[in-house]
Design a protein around this ligand. Structure first.
Ligand code: 5GP
Ligand code: MN
Length: 341
């Protein structure tokens, strides 16, 4: 298997990973299955080698990820601010997982991460990684960071250390970031890793159920409302868009993570090649973009919405109203999509 983890770097890293080092694992804001799965997988793997580490996230992860071992020990900047600042301040080594730019931890936490003199080790699969880490392990072809954590363990010749908990975390990252092995980023290597995890004792059906079969009636009603009332289809440019305001989400008792995956319904419409989901947040409007084939929604997000991501899955934001955001998308999406349809 091709592996981005070169022996020289691994040797240097192994020397740093001692049981008295202060090791921190950080992932991105609005953590998803890959952020939490890859971080906890690495944390459990290090623990197997008697190397303690702490997982830090900028904010809370959705409840459908809470079953993972030690998920309840994760420190979040929004809830445990002083402890997080203190932990980052004392860190010798910081693994940054599933992001390519320190700004992805959000503006409040960013400065503490940036100012830390710790040795930084980036493991990530996003395009155009920034050059902030001492060790940069970036593979933009990987379907997920969790896939890369498996490769890190493999390159360290430690696959035998993978237990059911590590396997569950890795599988969650792979499954959620690959759209259940559906997106183009899913490779034969992805399937080989899944196969190995199953051989190591993973109950993959259970993981799928824990992540995907946990709908509440409220979430399904919110989805029904969104698709019924808030879906706009622009057939001539093969584009579909949905949006939700804060008020609508409040009136449907929306919890964190409820709108995860909504954008995929818009993309699943026959003939649609790109989709957007616009969501009113506290002080910003957050946009998720998805596309098929060679339509680079990351470029669109970067150019117009201070965002980025992958070719087929990207995100961005605005600081104007939902209405103005929708207008802005409608203005720019027409010439963009006309290049591809
Ligand atoms: P989602 O739509 O699920 O929030 O994000 C999809 C992808 O786009 C993820 O891979 C995520 O890393 C990336 N992404 C989402 N929001 C932003 C953003 O504001 N800036 C950048 N650079 N990437 C984003
Ligand atoms: Mn990811």
């Amino acid at each position: 298997m091709n592996n981005i983890f070169d022996p020289q770097s691994l040797e240097s890293i192994q020397k740093l990973l001692t049981n008295d080092a202060n090791i921190v694992i950080v992932s991105h804001k609005n953590p998803d299955g890959d952020a939490v799965g890859s971080s906890l997988a690495l944390h459990h793997y290090l623990a197997k080698k008697n190397i303690p580490s702490k997982v830090i996230l900028p904010d809370q992860f959705p409840s459908f990820l809470g079953w993972m071992k030690d998920a309840d020990n994760i420190l979040t900047f929004d809830k445990h601010r002083s402890e997080v600042i203190d932990t980052i301040y004392h860190a010798n080594i910081i693994f940054t997982l599933d992001f390519n730019d320190q700004g992805r931890v959000g503006p409040q936490m960013e400065k503490y991460l940036v100012n830390s003199p710790a040795t930084k080790i980036m493991i990530d699969h996003h395009q155009e990684p920034k050059d902030y880490a001492t060790f940069t392990f970036s593979d933009t072809k990987a379907c997920s960071t969790a896939e890369l954590v498996f490769e890190f363990i493999e390159a360290n010749k430690d696959v035998h250390l993978i237990d059911e908990y590590i396997a569950e975390c890795i599988y969650t990252g792979i499954m959620t970031d690959s759209g259940s092995f559906r997106f183009a980023s899913t490779s034969s290597k992805t399937h080989q890793i899944a196969a190995k995890l199953i051989d190591l004792g993973l109950d993959h059906t259970n993981v799928h159920e824990l992540v995907y079969d946990v709908n509440t009636p409220d979430r399904l009603r919110l989805l029904g409302y969104t698709l019924n009332e808030k879906l706009e289809i622009f057939t001539d440019i093969a584009f579909a868009m949905i949006h939700l305001t804060k008020e609508e989400m409040l009136s449907h008792n929306t919890l964190k993570g409820y709108t995860e995956g909504f954008v995929n319904y818009a993309l699943s419409i026959q003939g649609i090649k790109a989709a957007a989901f616009v969501k009113e947040d506290d002080h910003i409007v957050k946009i998720s973009f998805r596309s098929k084939g060679d339509i680079p929604v990351n470029e669109f997000a970067g150019e117009h919405f201070s965002g980025g991501g992958h070719i087929n899955a990207a995100g961005g934001k605005t600081e104007v109203s939902v209405e103005e955001t929708l207008q802005k998308i409608k203005t720019h999406i027409v010439p963009f999509m006309k290049k591809y349809v």
